[in-house]
Design a protein around this ligand. Sequence first.
Ligand code: PGA
Length: 231
Amino acid sequence: MKYVIANLKSNKSNQDMEKWLSEFSSLSQSLLKTAAGIEIIICPALSLVTTVAKWLADHRSNLPVSLGVQDISPYPAGAYTGAVSARNLDGLGVKYALVGHSERRHYFHENHQDVANKVSQCLENGMTPIVCVDVDYLQAQANAIKAEELARCLVAYEPLTAIGSGENQPVAEVEPIVKQVRQAFGSETVIYGGSVTPANVAAYAPVTDGVLVGTDSLDPAVFTQLIAHLI
Ligand code: PGA
């Protein structure tokens, strides 16, 4: 299975999201109808999750698209003002959650234990965590996660220098790190993220299980082009 994850970050109003979805479905319909072994995961901002969920209810049968969130509370449902727990998302069809993205670690000071708690929340509530790591701390992050939960994670290897910089990491450098990630997590599924574009995406296919895309997921035409290069 190849995963193509759209991380829309804090971009887009509700109206923008509706436009993105309608453009994406008309642009990608014929491409995705024949595509086998690919899963597109759309991760919008939390306030847009219901919009994507409603759209998915109409399109899930003919498009291999799933819904993900960009973060999840490290706590269960309860008195945690401002946090969105897995329970809050129940019934919306959220299948995945990104956890530990470098922007969460940097701007919101999340540590390895917070990320490990988020992994537990996901797994206890039927969601698959996509744990984002860089090479410096991938072992420390793996150590913080409960042993029995490790192999149930998808892992996104995202080198800090490549995120949003236009400087994707060469595949030859990514390959040995993907092996390290597989060893540390015991997870078979490792995804690369960091300045993935339609021009470079195909190179990652032989050594990873997919890509995590920020900037080039914002325009549905570019994102569809990117998927086309992977199929
Ligand atoms: P980018 O973002 O594609 O803009 O580099 C990737 C990410 O932050 O997940």
